[in-house]
Design a binder for this molecule. Structure first.
Ligand code: ADE
Ligand code: ZN
Length: 337
């Protein structure tokens, strides 16, 4: 079996995917036309040419501008359905989708509009494509604690419709500690907790996310490698890291994929998972993240199997949901050597 087929056939969970980051330029322009929204770019080509990022903030500026095309329930449905179709083609069996309600509410889009569209797509994806999913509401960390509390208040009547909360947007200067009280409330509501930490921010932000926010998975977390005590803890407590290799290269966390530390972290015994982050902006969905990493870092089929198994183990699902995927994974792995 060739490498691409092997990767596709491994059952995988995608645990770090911003649904707004899966908005392909063609759909962005179609939605903008449908909704009478004027984008700051004249064409798909002009927009793609702007995807030359120098750091996280240079990406976020364009990402928030693009999200302006999303207004109606149908837009969120179309967005998520397009993602589910691509994910299914890559052998993703389960996806946990981040969404940024504050980005949309700032434009007058109701929380329910976002949720209704994403949820309808999730139902259809389960029925038609066999992919299960969860929704994770992300707070924008460049905004205030008070704004996060306001968002939580508006989300609260719907809290059974999303599974967890996360923390994203500009990391430097916005440490996890800023949201300690918000996450304490979310914890009390029974929501699952994750946060971006250690993407551009220092290892201290990962410590804070673990100790103050009580997160169960670290999104990115690659800068944890700078702190041996932190690495020891992540191994001991088996805290999963949702690593996004193509994203890290596009946003210059690593100069090249060959210099990415995911293989070194995997070899140290960390629970590393691979993910696509914002695939419409970073040049590849999950299959491409696996394939490009395998080639650049000389990952073995055993490594790829471990990465896929880690994703299934780190997913917020029941053992009953997980068991058939794990069985299928071991059977595919057995064919691959
Ligand atoms: N929002 C979308 N993608 C992000 C990333 N990689 N880091 C922080 N916030 C984000
Ligand atoms: Zn992210």
């Amino acid at each position: 079996m060739d490498l691409e087929t092997f990767i596709r056939r491994l059952p995988k969970a995608e645990l770090h995917l911003h649904i707004e980051g899966s908005l392909e330029p063609e759909l962005m322009f179609e939605l903008a036309r449908r909704n009478g929204v004027v984008l700051p770019y004249g064409s798909v080509e002009e927009l793609r040419a702007a995807y030359a990022f120098t750091d996280l903030q240079s990406f976020l500026d364009i990402y928030y501008a693009g999200a302006a095309a999303l207004l109606h329930e149908q837009d969120f449905f179309d967005l998520a359905m397009a993602y589910f179709q691509r994910a299914a083609a890559d052998g993703v069996v389960h996806a946990e989708l981040f969404f940024d309600p504050q980005t949309h509410m700032a434009r007058g889009v109701a929380f329910e509009t976002v949720l209704d569209g994403l949820e309808r797509a999730a139902t259809e994806a389960r029925e038609r494509l066999g992919i299960t999913s969860r929704l994770i509401l992300c707070f924008l960390r460049h905004l205030s604690e008070a704004e996060a509390f306001e968002t939580l208040e508006q989300a609260q009547p719907h809290h059974h419709r999303f599974h967890g909360v996360g923390l994203d947007s500009s990391e430097l200067g916005h440490p996890p500690s800023k949201f300690e009280r918000v996450f304490a409330c979310c914890h009390d509501l029974g929501l699952r907790l994750v946060a971006h930490a250690g993407e551009e921010g220092p290892p201290e932000y990962v410590w804070e996310a673990l100790d103050l926010l009580r997160i169960e998975r670290v999104d990115h977390g690659v800068r944890s490698a700078e702190d041996p005590l932190l690495l020891e803890r992540l191994v001991r407590e088996r805290v999963p890291l949702t690593v996004c290799p193509l994203s890290n290269v596009k946003l210059r966390v690593f100069p090249e994929l060959a210099q990415h530390n995911l293989k070194a972290l995997l070899d140290k015994g960390l629970c590393i998972t691979l993910n696509s982050d914002d695939p419409a902006y970073f040049g590849g969905y999950l299959g491409q993240n696996f394939l490009a990493s395998a080639e650049a870092l000389d990952l073995s089929r055993a490594d790829l199997t471990t990465l896929a198994r880690n994703s299934l183990e780190a997913a917020f699902v029941t053992q009953a949901e997980r068991a058939p995927w794990l069985a299928e994974l071991e059977s595919v792995a057995g064919l691959g050597y």
